[in-house]
Design a protein around this ligand. Structure first.
Ligand code: HEM
Length: 124
């Protein structure tokens, strides 16, 4: 069977509406969290292996790289949580009209960023 669907692969020229951006970020954040599970398990095991292991795990977590990774994962959890709740509401038929869908998408995007920054300041 010949597939006649149009294909447009110039990703940088595709201008997604904001609900599309939130949707992609929901997927990206979900994948980031899944990938983080084995890393956290290994770090946790190292921290429990003894005082030297704990010190090296703590040093990694408080390094610039560790802090950046925790910030990105914190945002991932918050964005995924808020966008996930938005999808569950959409599944129930709430907020389906375009103006409301755009409004809730912007709210999701900014709320996750704001909560991430607040969390980063509070937990410092
Ligand atoms: C915190 C509460 C969470 C809520 C409310 C939530 C909600 C959702 C929902 C509604 C979907 C389906 C989205 C769709 O219809 O396409 C989904 C997908 C997914 N979730 Fe979550 N989730 C949560 C936590 C997590 C966590 C902790 C992880 C990873 C450790 C995770 C990983 C994923 C992945 C990988 C997908 C598939 C993404 C995709 O293919 O688009 N979620 N989540």
């Amino acid at each position: 069977m010949v597939n006649s669907r149009p294909v447009f692969l110039e990703l940088w020229r595709i201008r997604l509406p904001i609900p599309g951006v939130v949707s992609i970020l929901h997927r990206v954040s979900g994948v980031l969290m899944v990938l983080a599970i084995p890393v956290f398990a290994a770090l946790f095991a190292q921290a429990l292996s003894g005082s030297a292991g704990f010190a090296s795990a703590a040093a990694l977590a408080s390094s610039a790289f560790g802090q950046l990774a925790l910030l990105v994962l914190g945002w991932s959890l918050l964005h995924h949580l808020l966008a996930g709740l938005r999808y569950l509401a959409l599944d129930l038929g709430w907020g389906l009209d375009r103006p409301m869908a755009r409004k809730t998408a912007w709210t999701t995007l900014y709320s996750a960023l704001a909560l991430t920054l607040i969390g980063a300041v509070v937990l410092r």
